[in-house]
Design a protein around this ligand. Structure first.
Ligand SMILES: [Zn+2]
Length: 169
């Protein structure tokens, strides 16, 4: 798949990030939330923008712990992860007005997992007609808004604690 107008991609290629590095595990870069496109990092789970999105607003939600299997998560981690998925969906609804979502996981390489060793949810907002548009263009993804712009639009909402009805404080 080709990506149209993707200046961030060049930044990524030019950065010396090693292919085997886990994108969800900070290593020494704990403070570099912005450069990693992290929208929220809790004790148990985190949300980041997908650097190679299927569509604008494509988010990734992962546990903080580097685990491959759903079964390796504790009950608390599982609950926190689902809360984070819910928050992400609600925030995307507010900010980007999508008409639907694809929310799911690719477990294992054969299922399309890019980062196989650290499980994560994909949250892909959908709009009527986005599919037709992409079909017309074949294997080309169109990202109409620069990923950093979307990041800065979403970020303030992730800082609100009570984004879900009933709050979670
Ligand atoms: Zn990891």
């Amino acid at each position: 798949m080709k990506v149209l107008w993707a200046p961030w991609r060049m930044e990524y290629i030019l950065s010396d990030q090693k292919a085997e590095e886990c994108i969800f595990c900070p290593g020494d870069n704990r403070d570099m939330d912005r450069s990693r496109l992290i929208l929220q990092a809790g004790d148990l789970s985190m949300v980041m923008m997908n650097r190679f999105p299927y569509i604008n607003g494509h988010l990734l939600v992962a546990p903080v712990r580097h685990v491959r299997e759903l079964a390796s998560l504790s009950q608390d981690e599982r609950a926190d992860l689902l809360t984070m998925v819910t928050r992400s969906v609600e925030i995307l609804k507010k900010v980007m007005n999508p008409e639907g979502f694809n929310v799911g996981m690719n477990l294992g390489k054969v299922a399309g997992a890019g980062v196989e060793a650290h499980m994560h949810f994909h949250i892909v907002p959908r709009w009527n007609g986005d599919n037709n548009y992409m079909t017309v263009l074949g294997e080309v993804r169109v990202i109409p808004e620069h990923i950093e712009e979307t990041y800065h639009r979403l970020l303030p909402y992730f800082k609100e604690v009570n984004i879900l009805d009933g709050g979670e404080e």
